[in-house]
Design a protein around this ligand. Structure first.
Ligand code: NAD
Length: 244
């Protein structure tokens, strides 16, 4: 039980990596607040031992603050919510840019502001932020807005890490390659859904397969746990060799 006695908040826990991580945290003995904007998607998780589910839109500052009041001080914050826009700089619109920065980056600013004070009172805490290999790690084709926001997540992570390293708080980023999740299936469908669409994503993965949500969750468990007590401000690439 690597997370016994710890309370963990997970955003975007309704499906994919967030859902797998909420389950993995609970399996390791944590008390988990699994949140998502889509309450319906949280239903299966509400039956898991150790998991409490709450509807939470990470674009809603009041709602984030309300959850922090309800949960009290927590040990782990896993900021998983994010959205992918497809296209180059010339394809991008102002609305897409605004939406992506609000969902992928500002949400972390707001959740950290809400949950960090409780961690500081406890004198310890682990914040894990979902970035991507498509960020400052690697220029990914047709990921202009997405890669820009995920690079910002790395800057945000390092900034929080350096300011609170002396106060028992750790802050690390996870940078996955292409992971098999419902939203990946949607992105493949949007590109036409056929073999060629799947190949757009598969050609990035030299291992010849996509990652699994469980593989990313295993890294999140490590970063949440005290096993990684000497680790902060790091960029944890888990991409099947995409960025090598
Ligand atoms: P997903 O995209 O399949 O699911 C996202 C979840 O986020 C959904 O349950 C959705 O309801 C929820 N959500 C959407 N808007 C929200 C909001 N405003 N507030 C709260 N929840 C909201 O999940 P995924 O593919 O596992 O991606 C999770 C994270 O991992 C994202 O940040 C994504 O950018 C990142 N990531 C994914 C991959 C990949 O290949 N799947 C690779 C690298 C990084």
């Amino acid at each position: 039980m690597r997370l016994k006695g710890k309370t963990c908040v997970v955003t975007a826990a309704g499906q994919g990596i967030g859902a797998a991580t909420a389950r993995a945290f609970a399996r390791e003995g944590a008390s988990v607040w699994a949140t998502d904007v889509d309450a319906e998607k949280l239903r299966p998780l509400s039956e898991v031992n150790g998991v409490r589910t709450r509807k939470l839109d990470v674009m809603d500052k009041q709602a984030i603050n309300a959850l922090a009041r309800e949960s009290g001080a927590v040990d782990v914050l896993f900021n998983c919510a994010g959205f992918v826009h497809h296209g180059t700089v010339l394809d991008a619109t102002d609305d897409q840019w605004q939406f992506a920065f609000n969902l992928n980056v500002r949400s972390m600013f707001w959740t950290i502001q809400a949950f960090l004070p409780g961690m500081l009172e406890k004198g310890s805490g682990s914040i894990v932020n979902m970035s991507s290999a498509a960020s400052s790690v690697k220029g990914a084709a047709l990921r202009f807005i997405y890669g820009t926001t995920k690079a910002a997540v790395i800057g945000l992570t390092k900034s929080v890490a350096v300011d609170y390293v002396g106060k028992g708080i750790r802050c690390n980023a996870i940078c996955p390659g292409t992971v098999q999740t419902p939203s990946l299936d949607e992105r493949i469908a949007t590109l036409g859904g056929g073999a060629e669409a799947k190949q757009f994503f598969m050609q990035r993965q030299p291992t010849g397969r996509f990652g699994s949500s469980e593989e990313i969750a295993a890294l999140a468990v490590y970063l949440a746990s005290d096993e990684s007590a000497f680790t902060t401000g790091t960029v944890n690439v888990i991409d099947g060799g995409w960025s090598v």
